[in-house]
Write a protein that binds this ligand. Structure first.
Ligand SMILES: Cc1cc2nc3c(=O)[nH]c(=O)nc-3n(C[C@H](O)[C@H](O)[C@H](O)COP(=O)(O)OP(=O)(O)OC[C@H]3O[C@@H](n4cnc5c(N)ncnc54)[C@H](O)[C@@H]3O)c2cc1C
Length: 134
C-alpha cells in the first residue's frame, strides 16, 4: 500500500497508473484547518495515516511504502451571510459594463473544475451571441 497524505479527501487508487509502483495503490487525505488555528503537520499526517489504516483495514507500519505531505496555505474561503446579495449585485454591475464573468473567481462561488470549464464555455457562447451577434 503506497500512502500519500496531502493536506484534504480521499481518492483511493484513482491516479495515473505510472504514479504508483506495481502492486501498490495510493491514498490522498485532505485535512482542513483554519488559518488562525495552531496545528502540527506531522501530528496531522500521523493521525491521517492511522485513521485511514483503521478505516481501510491495512497495516500502516508494514504496508505503507511511501508518505508525503504538502501544505496549501490557502484553500476554501468561508462566506458570510451577505455574500449572496453582494455577488448578485457585483455580477449584474459587471454584466452592464459588458464584462463576462466565469470560473471559480469570476462567479465568486465554489465550483468543481468541470463546472469551471463549463462556466467558461457558457461565457464564450454568451459573448458570441451578445457581442458578435453570431
Ligand atoms: C483546495 C482545493 C481542492 C480542490 N479539489 C478539487 C478536486 O478534487 N476536483 C475538482 O474538480 N475541483 C477541485 N477544486 C476546484 C478547482 O480547483 C476549481 O474548480 C478550478 O481550478 C477553477 O478553475 P478556474 O479556471 O475558474 O480558476 P483557477 O484554476 O483558480 O484559475 C484562475 C487563475 O487566474 C490566475 N489569476 C488570479 N488573479 C490574476 C490576475 N490578477 N492576473 C492574472 N492571473 C490571475 C490565478 O493565478 C489562476 O491561475 C479544488 C479547489 C481547491 C481550492
Amino acid at each position: 500500500m503506497k500512502t500519500l497524505t496531502d493536506g484534504a479527501g480521499f481518492l483511493g487508487d484513482n491516479l495515473a497508473p505510472t504514479s504508483v509502483e506495481d502492486g501498490t495503490s495510493a491514498l490522498q487525505a485532505e485535512i482542513f484547518r483554519r488559518d488562525d488555528e495552531a496545528w502540527d503537520v506531522n501530528a496531522l499526517t500521523d493521525k491521517a495515516v492511522k485513521e485511514m489504516a483503521r478505516l481501510l483495514w491495512f497495516d500502516a507500519e508494514r504496508e505503507r511504502v511511501s508518505l508525503s505531505h504538502f501544505v496549501a496555505p490557502y484553500a476554501y474561503p468561508i462566506s458570510d451571510l451577505h455574500r449572496e446579495a453582494a455577488v448578485t449585485h457585483i455580477l449584474s454591475w459587471l454584466r452592464k459594463q459588458n464584462i463576462f464573468s466565469m470560473g471559480l473567481y469570476g462567479k465568486w462561488r465554489y465550483m468543481w473544475s468541470d463546472i469551471a470549464y463549463y462556466s467558461g464555455a457558457e461565457a464564450t457562447e454568451e459573448i458570441r451571441e451578445q457581442v458578435y451577434h453570431e
